[in-house]
Write a protein that binds this ligand. Sequence first.
Ligand code: HEC
Ligand code: HEC
Ligand code: HEC
Ligand code: HEC
Length: 129
Amino acid sequence: MKKHLLTAAFAALLLTPTFQASAVDLKHKGFECSTCHAKGFTAPDRSTCLTCHKSDDIVKATERFNFTTSFTNPVTGETKTSIAPVNPHDNFHFGRDDQCVNCHKEHKPSTTTCQTCHDIEPWGLKAPR
Ligand code: HEC
Ligand code: HEC
Ligand code: HEC
Ligand code: HEC
């Protein structure tokens, strides 16, 4: 009896890692775990993502989020326009250097970090894939 329990415990131990791997949800369907986790199961650095996604391309894809504001001086009538750099891939705070995983999650729903401090509804920014 004791021996059986022990065998069962060992079997469970051996099965656990395999079970977890197959239970992980992937947005990049069919990708090998090692593609993003060559250095272990921690959040991958942006350099990993950028081996496939080109910085120029993603900056361009979200450029439309930058919006123009204008201010007219009521005395002089002079109007000044400026651009609010809210592009998630090239913005006021981080430029192009933000960590992808701050917003893009692979195994759970993504977020948009800007909303912890700003009201992003007028910006039209939503959580990405
Ligand atoms: C080995 C190449 C590769 C790596 C590494 C990689 N991706 Fe991707 N990614 C792709 C491909 C190919 C697609 C399109 C197919 C798909 O959706 O799986 C894609 C799709 C995406 C999409 C959806 C694009 C869209 O048009 O909606 C996002 C967002 C994304 N990747 C972000 C990331 C992030 C963040 C990382 C790093 C954690 C990353 N990717 C790492 C190749 C890669
Ligand atoms: C501050 C949050 C944030 C960070 C950080 C971020 N992204 Fe995004 N990303 C977004 C949002 C929001 C979208 C979706 C915008 C939209 O609705 O088109 C997006 C879209 C994308 C897309 C799809 C682009 C397309 O063609 O439509 C890819 C690919 C992507 N991101 C990759 C990356 C990579 C790689 C990094 C790191 C270098 C990164 N992102 C960093 C928020 C972020
Ligand atoms: C396209 C890149 C990508 C691939 C492929 C990928 N992961 Fe991840 N993984 C991530 C990112 C990004 C995170 C950071 C947290 C998140 O997204 O949920 C992460 C985090 C993790 C973590 C740590 C969880 C935590 O909460 O810190 C584990 C464990 C993990 N991945 C397992 C796997 C396994 C198993 C596979 C293969 C079936 C896999 N990953 C494939 C990108 C990837
Ligand atoms: C931790 C809080 C915090 C987060 C997260 C944050 N911001 Fe900010 N942001 C601020 C504060 C505070 C200011 C004003 C002070 C300053 O100039 O730094 C500001 C200013 C700005 C401005 C300049 C507005 C002006 O004066 O023209 C822009 C644009 C902006 N943020 C965009 C973003 C975007 C896009 C994100 C997400 C990638 C983001 N912020 C995330 C706190 C934050």
